[in-house]
Write a protein that binds this ligand. Structure first.
Ligand code: SF4
Length: 196
């Protein structure tokens, strides 16, 4: 996956940390502070600061005063930065190709197991809680009787299937801990492995 990150970033004209910052900023209107970016990425603030300077030189982001705090600066992506994110997304990686060689049931199982492992790491505090449906305040697991599309996203107000569970959604907003626990409980309770 790290090798894929390098290929995607190189094809988009940045390095993996810079691409990760742009992806975090993409779709987040108010932007992030350096401290917030550092927490989200799990890297040091000096590393983020260096990357921000490079992205600013490439005219992919801009700094704006925080309307809520005159001394704070927020980093905001601009249209050229969004184009870089899209360019990175268009490059299919080796991991994508390997996963797509699995049959549909195995892909679904792999996705659910991946979600479960990432969630454990997030709830333990090993990595930040971000970008997955199961921790999102818009996620309603098994809200529908339709086995093909049992889940509901309140952000786009649409049903979706297990195979479309997101692990990297830019529209994600973290639910409160009690809501996350209840959501995970409902997701686990009604989840039946493919083929059952
Ligand atoms: S906003 Fe994104 S992460 Fe949240 S439920 Fe909808 S698709 Fe999932």
């Amino acid at each position: 996956m790290r090798a894929d990150d390098w290929v995607r970033a190189r094809s988009a004209g940045v390095n993996p940390t810079q691409l990760a910052i742009l992806r975090l900023l993409d779709g987040r209107g108010p932007g992030w502070t350096v401290k917030e970016l550092s927490l989200q990425l799990g890297v040091s603030q000096p590393t983020v600061t260096d990357s921000i300077l490079a992205l600013e030189r490439k005219a992919l982001i801009e700094k704006q005063a925080d309307p809520a705090d005159g001394r704070a600066v927020r980093i905001v992506i601009i249209s050229a930065g969004r184009a870089v994110v899209r360019a990175g997304e268009e490059t299919a990686g080796a991991v994508d190709r390997a996963a797509s060689a699995l049959d549909d049931d195995d892909q679904e199982q792999l996705l659910v197991q991946l979600v479960s492992v990432i969630r454990q790491l997030q709830e333990q505090g090993a990595i930040p809680i971000q970008r997955m449906c199961v921790s999102c305040r818009y996620f309603r697991p098994y809200a529908h009787a339709d086995a093909a599309q049992p889940h509901h996203c309140n952000f786009v107000d649409a049903a979706f299937g297990q195979q479309d569970l997101r692990i990297d959604c830019r529209d994600h907003e973290t639910a409160d801990p009690s809501v996350r626990a209840a959501t995970w409980g409902a997701f686990q309770k009604d989840h039946h492995p493919p083929g059952e």
